[in-house]
Write a new protein. Structure first.
Length: 324
């Protein structure tokens, strides 16, 4: 990175670090969720606080031709009862999606399923969701959280994944973060296992010993991992809003004569909707990651940390509302 670029990156890096720190402050989260103005602002990124509020959003996206995946917000639960309730919520969501003819595709976090409380309970909860998904012809994606959970996440995925003769639309996939230095080795192992991998950059505050700190290094790692997945993995999901990386993905696909139905782009609800529309119009599958739930604060803060433009957008919204 050149000196001017490095200097410009300092404020952004500081802002991102601060927002990620705030995302872990439960007391701020409790306060934020009680403020009407906060709920109004978060509506750009979160499709409501209940399944009933999220379903019309999913239906509108479906009508426009987008694929979707549903994330019920909530992480780092503190009781087995809360973890089991979260699993029940996912089963209810899968059944509602199937009933309405919507994409039967969900994404979940293991900390919400009880990973930090009891790994046996966590596995039981995820197995319950995966089994119901298999019965409904649905797909379950296990999200990746911070670096301390990677080994346990991959082990649990291997334990609950349906056997090879039952896979297809009912498979269970995982997520790899290009920010983590270990991800190259993980991707090699996952390719050998015919895993369905979603590649993202990573949205957690990680130490330099385990993660790249400069954006250029994270992007470079993403490009390298993306190339391997496109060439060698079954149906990779490329989770990025970065136009440069998207162009590179399309170049790799063209060079390797990959049809548009061999991979998909994944983007977050409410972010770069213009880019989502362009890719969809060009004939590529775009899956929108649609979160809902009352525990939106950590997710919301990580979205702000990922892209300073999100902070600017919300500040403009607040100013407009103040003038109104």
């Amino acid at each position: 990175m050149s000196r001017p670029a490095a200097l410009r990156a300092i404020p952004e890096r500081t802002l991102r670090s601060g927002l990620l720190t705030l995302s872990r402050r439960r007391s701020l989260g409790r306060l934020a969720t009680r403020l009407p103005i906060a709920r109004d602002m978060v509506a750009r990124f979160v499709a409501g606080e209940t399944l009933a509020e999220a379903l019309p959003v999913l239906e509108r996206l479906h009508e426009r031709g987008f694929a979707t995946t549903v994330d019920i917000l909530g992480e780092s639960v503190t009781s087995t009862e809360a973890a089991r309730a979260a699993a029940a919520g996912y089963v209810e969501a899968l059944e509602a999606l199937a009933e309405r003819g919507l994409d039967r595709n969900v994404s979940l976090k293991l900390s919400q399923m009880g990973l930090g409380i009891d790994e046996a309970v966590c596995r039981e909860n995820v197995a319950r969701i995966v089994d119901r998904a298999a019965a409904l012809g649905a797909f379950v994606r296990i999200d990746m959280e911070d670096h301390t959970t990677v080994d346990r996440t991959l082990a649990l995925w291997r334990a609950v994944r349906p056997p090879a003769d039952r896979r297809g639309e009912t498979d269970c996939g995982v997520v790899i973060q290009s920010a983590l230095r270990r991800s190259g080795e993980d991707v090699e192992a996952l390719i050998a296992e015919d895993a369905r991998v979603r590649l993202c950059k990573g949205a957690y505050k990680e130490p330099a010993s385990v993660a790249h700190q400069d954006r250029a290094d994270v992007d470079g790692a993403y490009a390298a991992l993306m190339g391997e997945l496109l060439r060698r993995a079954p149906y990779p999901a490329l989770a990025t809003h970065d136009p440069a990386l998207i162009r590179e993905a399309l170049e790799v696909a063209a060079t390797n004569v990959l049809a548009a139905d061999r991979f998909e782009f994944q983007m977050l609800y409410g972010i770069r909707r213009d880019l989502q529309e362009r890719l969809l119009a060009a004939g590529y599958r775009v899956r929108v990651y649609v979160p809902f739930g009352r525990e939106w604060y950590p997710y919301f803060m990580r979205r702000l940390a990922e892209r300073p433009a999100n902070v600017a957008f919300l500040l403009r919204t607040v100013l407009r509302e103040g003038r109104g």
